[in-house]
Design a protein around this ligand. Structure first.
Ligand code: E4P
Length: 218
């Protein structure tokens, strides 16, 4: 499973990019609004150093308008992926984008059937939202498992992005369930990295080293 970061905060993207494991970025209108910056400017900055997929979401309701809205986005860089909502108009747009060789990420996927429809319309990625399903008492991980099983069984190439990830356990579970990618908020990367035994272990090694050095030549 590969890692994307789910944010429009360029500093956060730079930090995780420096870890050497970042395969892409997802943004959404709420995240861009939170950044308080111009969308196109943010995308230009991200694509200046992220070479993997960078998802940019369209807000239009009609397929034709989605197509128009995507033009300035895809003009920014070849690795812009158009994020499209899981609606009938969204599927129409996905089909047109795929015919034109433009990558798509179908977002707000909450059922296996939605994922199948998106895949057959030509989606490059589908994004089932784990956390939002868990929030209403459903099982987000089970959905990932189901989609992964169906895609494998029917030899579907569309990649599954585990989205709406809330904590490190989601990440391990999404990997085990067969997600190809997990898109994580910055805070989840930080939590995955640290372990109290790692910190105390580093401290202990340093102390032992210093003490041993002090006794050399006694
Ligand atoms: C995915 O592409 C979405 O941007 C994101 O994961 C949504 O997560 P949320 O439910 O935390 O808003």
């Amino acid at each position: 499973m590969k890692f994307f970061i789910d944010t429009a905060d360029v500093d956060q993207i730079r930090q995780i990019h420096q870890w050497g494991l970042l395969a892409g970025v997802t943004t959404n209108p709420s995240l861009v609004a939170k950044s308080g910056r111009d969308f196109l400017e943010v995308l230009r900055e991200i694509t200046s150093f992220v070479k993997g997929s960078v998802s940019a979401e369209v807000l239009a309701d009609e397929a034709e308008d989605m197509w128009e809205e995507a033009r300035p986005l895809t003009a920014i860089a070849d690795n812009i992926t158009i994020k499209v909502p899981m609606t009938a108009e969204g599927l129409k747009a996905v089909h047109r984008f795929s015919q034109a060789g433009i990558q798509t990420n179908v977002t707000l996927v909450f059922s296996a059937n939605q994922a199948l429809l998106a895949a057959r319309a030509g989606a490059t990625y589908v994004s089932p939202f784990l956390g939002r399903l868990d929030d209403i008492g459903h099982d987000g991980i089970q959905l990932i498992e189901e989609i992964a099983h169906l895609f494998e069984r029917h030899e579907i190439d569309t990649q599954i992005i585990a989205a709406s990830v809330r904590h490190p356990q989601h990440v391990t579970q999404a990997a085990a369930a067969g997600a190809h990618i997990a898109t994580l908020p910055f805070g989840v990367f930080e939590k995955m990295l640290s372990h109290p035994l790692t910190d105390t272990g580093i401290e202990r090694f340093k102390q032992d080293w210093i003490e041993a050095q002090a006794h050399i030549g006694e």
